[in-house]
Design a protein around this ligand. Sequence first.
Ligand code: SF4
Length: 193
Amino acid sequence: MDTYVYEYKGRAYINLTNKCTNDCTFCIRNHKDGVGGHELWLTREPTAAGVIALLGEKPKEVVFCGFGEPTIKIEELKVIAKFVKGYGGHVRLNTNGHASAFHGRDIASELVGLVDEVSISLNNSDAEKYNKVSRSSFGVEGYGHMLRFARDCVQYGIAVTFSVMDLIGEEDIAKSKAIADDIGARFRVRQYC
Ligand code: SF4
């Protein structure tokens, strides 16, 4: 049976799709079938109503993060986020930041009032290095698309956190932090494991 909503670390995670505009070398999908005992490969993508029906207990914190890029299913995401915000829940989106490029319009503006915070893997400090690990369907342009989306979110008042992994080294961590500072995003260094 497909897993559309799963609990992880006390939050409700929503798994909308297996599609993604990246093919990251570090993607968990390359070596696992799920997270926390939940199988996350989908045989069929969910409807918004189907996901909302699974949120009956109105979880306080909802995270759009599954085995693909959630914003590919942007219409479903917006309907579900509106439901969560309607009962006072907190909404986080984990994304690669390609939503506006993928849909060909300003998606960040459509998330205002629906998404409280956005987490984006910055991965590294320039487009070439980013694409080496992300293997984006946008090629090296993927980095610029991601940065523009992050900047748009910040400008619309949506909190953005960029993350990089410690293995990129001190110099690139410092450069990545400078990019986050310039955009007005928070910055987090994750341990590679
Ligand atoms: S952006 Fe996320 S889901 Fe997509 S390939 Fe990279 S790690 Fe996996």
